[in-house]
Unconditional design. Structure first.
Length: 186
C-alpha cells in the first residue's frame, strides 16, 4: 500500500477532512487551478453532482459524479470533469477516496452541502452526463462538430458559473480536520 493510500485510509476511518489544492484544468470553470477543496475522506455514498476525489492513472483527480451504470456484471460510477470533453473511464466505488464538501476560491470558502448548492451540483451532474454522451456521439459522427460542441459547452458552463455559483453556495469556514458531515462515526 502506498503511503498516500495509507494516509487516506486512516483519515477516512477517523472521519477527517483535508484541504487539497487544484492543479489541473479539467474542472474549469467550477474549479480553477489554485482553488482549494476540503475533502471528507471515507465511504459516504455519492449523490449525482458530488465532486469526488479518486485516483486515475496514478494521479489524484477531482471530477463530478454523474451516476451509476452496469459494466461487466457490476455497478460502476461515471464521472467527468466539468471542462473535460469526455466521460472518464468507469470507476469502481472502492476507488473513491472522498467527497469534496467545500471549495476555497481566493480567501473565501463555499459550502457544497447546502440545499441550493446540492441543486446546482445535481443540475451540473445531469448536464455532464447528457453533454458527455452527446459530445462523444457528435465527435464520432463529425469531428468538427465535436470541437464546436466542446466550445459551446465551456461557454455555457462559464455563464452558468458566473451567474449561479455564488448565489447557490453559502460561504463557509471549514476546518480540514472537522469530522465528516455525512453522519458516519469513526
Amino acid at each position: 500500500m502506498r503511503l498516500l493510500d495509507a494516509a487516506v485510509d486512516l483519515m477516512g476511518r477517523a472521519g477527517r477532512q483535508a484541504a487539497l489544492e487544484i492543479c489541473g484544468e479539467s474542472m474549469r470553470p467550477s474549479l480553477e487551478p489554485g482553488d482549494q477543496v476540503a475533502v471528507a475522506f471515507g465511504s459516504a455514498r455519492p449523490r449525482r453532482g458530488d465532486l469526488l476525489l479518486f485516483r486515475q492513472a496514478g494521479l489524484l483527480v477531482v471530477h463530478r459524479f454523474l451516476g451509476r451504470t452496469r459494466r461487466g456484471g457490476r455497478t460502476v460510477l461515471r464521472t467527468r470533469g466539468d471542462g473535460a470533453p469526455r466521460l472518464d473511464p468507469p470507476l469502481a466505488a472502492e476507488q473513491v477516496l472522498g467527497r469534496v464538501v467545500a471549495v476555497r476560491r481566493g480567501a473565501q470558502w463555499f459550502d457544497l452541502g447546502a440545499t441550493r448548492a446540492r441543486a446546482y451540483a445535481w443540475a451540473l451532474g445531469w448536464h455532464g452526463l447528457l453533454w458527455g454522451l452527446a459530445a462523444g456521439w457528435a465527435e464520432r459522427m463529425h469531428p468538427a462538430l465535436g470541437v464546436r460542441l466542446r466550445r459551446a459547452d465551456r461557454a455555457l458552463l462559464g455563464l452558468v458559473h458566473r451567474l449561479f455559483f455564488r448565489p447557490c453556495h453559502p460561504r463557509a469556514a471549514p476546518r480540514p480536520d472537522r469530522a465528516r458531515e455525512d453522519g458516519a462515526r469513526p
